[in-house]
Design a protein around this ligand. Structure first.
Ligand SMILES: [Zn+2]
Length: 246
C-alpha cells in the first residue's frame, strides 16, 4: 500500500484514526440538526463536541522550543460544526464529481485555516475587533523601515498568513477522515426512506438505497398506498359510475 494512501495500515486512515471511527464521525457530523438553536439541538451539538473534539488537533510551541499537541477550543468548534455539517451534506447531494472534489478540498482547506490560525495566533484576522488598529501598525512598521511597494505587499501578505496557508497541512485525524471520504465517495448514500431520522449513510452493498430494513419497509408501504390511491380509487370510481351507483 502506498504511504499516502487513505487506508495506510490495517483499518487505519493515514495511521491516525480507524476507518470505523471515520465513518462514525462523518455520520454524527452529517446528521447534526439544522439549525442548532433549540435546547435539544444544542444538546446534540454538545454530545458531538464531547465525542469528537479530540480529532481537531494542532501543535503549540512550549518554552524550550519543543511542541505539544493541543485541541481546538469548543468555542471554535461550535462555529465549525454547522459549516462541516452543511459542507458534507452538499458533498453528499452533489452529482457532479468535479464539484464534489472542489467542495471536499474547500472543507479540508477551511479546517487547515482553523489549524494555522490556532498555531499562529498573531495572524491578522479580518473579523477581529483590533483589525484596523493592527493594519495601521503594519503600515507604520513598513514605512519606518522604508519598504518599497513589493516589500510592503510581502509584509502584509505574511501577516495575513499567505505562506502558511499555501503549505500542505500536517496530517491530523480530521484531515485523514475527509481524505478517506474523498477516496470513498462511491459509498455515500442518502436514504430514500420517507421517515428516516438519519438519512445520510454509507452503503454496505452495491445498489443499496435504504439505510435499514425498517426504512425499506416504510417506503414499500408508502409506495403501495400511493399506487392504490392513484389506481384502485380511480378504477373503483369508474366502476361505480358505470354501475350507476353514483
Ligand atoms: Zn433510512
Amino acid at each position: 500500500m502506498k504511504l499516502n494512501s487513505p487506508e495506510n495500515g490495517a483499518n487505519q486512515c493515514l495511521g491516525l484514526i480507524t476507518i470505523s471511527e471515520v465513518r462514525d464521525f462523518l455520520m454524527d457530523s452529517l446528521n447534526l440538526p439544522n439549525p442548532l438553536d433549540s435546547p435539544e439541538q444544542r444538546g446534540q451539538l454538545r454530545r458531538w463536541l464531547k465525542k469528537w473534539q479530540r480529532l481537531f488537533t494542532f501543535h503549540v510551541e512550549v518554552g524550550d522550543g519543543t511542541q505539544e499537541e493541543s485541541t481546538i477550543s469548543a468555542e471554535h468548534l461550535e462555529r465549525f460544526a454547522p459549516y462541516l455539517r452543511t459542507a458534507l451534506r452538499r458533498i453528499w447531494h452533489e452529482a457532479d464529481a468535479r464539484q464534489r472534489d472542489w467542495y471536499l478540498y474547500r472543507l479540508r482547506d477551511k479546517h487547515h485555516h482553523m489549524i494555522v490560525r490556532a498555531e499562529n495566533p498573531y495572524l491578522l484576522s479580518i473579523t477581529a475587533t483590533d483589525t484596523v488598529k493592527r493594519l495601521r501598525e503594519f503600515e507604520r512598521t513598513s514605512c519606518s523601515r522604508g519598504d518599497d511597494p513589493s516589500q510592503r505587499e510581502r509584509f502584509f501578505e505574511s501577516m495575513a498568513g499567505a505562506d502558511l496557508f499555501e503549505d500542505v497541512p500536517r496530517v491530523s485525524p480530521f484531515e485523514a477522515a475527509v481524505y478517506w471520504l474523498q477516496a470513498n465517495q462511491k459509498l455515500m448514500v442518502f436514504c430514500e426512506g420517507p421517515e428516516c431520522a438519519a438519512p445520510y449513510f454509507f452503503r454496505a452493498e452495491k445498489g443499496q438505497t435504504y439505510c435499514s430494513n425498517e426504512c425499506a419497509n416504510v417506503a414499500r408501504k408508502a409506495a403501495k398506498l400511493k399506487w392504490w390511491n392513484e389506481n384502485r380509487k380511480a378504477k373503483s370510481r369508474i366502476g361505480e359510475a358505470a354501475n350507476g351507483t353514483r
